[in-house]
Design a protein around this ligand. Structure first.
Ligand SMILES: [Zn+2]
Length: 110
């Protein structure tokens, strides 16, 4: 599909000293400060996924958002049955009750 153009998305600024560091770095090599889970430009937001599931879930918008394109297409194909809308609503609740940690482990791992 569409290849995302190479960006500086694999770099971020240390929240403490402002040095450019690897986006996946947990600890800044410059000042040693642990980086909190900054929503990096490539990172997926649990809340955004939940909102997409709620409003556009019947069309699999949250699946496309989470990179599960195959599943997203299935949602689109079957959207007229309203089954994807029901599943998406369940997923909406799951995203809401899921901890950020669990969400990151599931969807923000390379
Ligand atoms: Zn630093």
């Amino acid at each position: 599909m569409s290849a995302t153009p190479p960006k500086l998305s694999d770099q971020k600024y240390c929240k403490d000293c402002g040095s450019m560091i690897d986006a996946r770095a947990e600890i800044c090599p410059h000042c040693g400060v642990r980086q909190m889970q900054v929503p990096a430009s490539g990172g997926k937001s649990r809340i955004a996924a939940a909102l997409l599931a709620f409003f556009l879930g019947g069309f699999g918008a949250h699946k496309f958002y989470l990179g599960q394109v195959g599943l997203g297409i299935l949602y689109v194909i079957f959207c007229w049955t309203f089954v994807p809308a029901i599943v998406a609503f369940i997923e909406f609740i799951l995203y809401l009750v899921m901890s950020d940690d669990a969400f990151d482990r599931k969807y923000n791992q390379a």
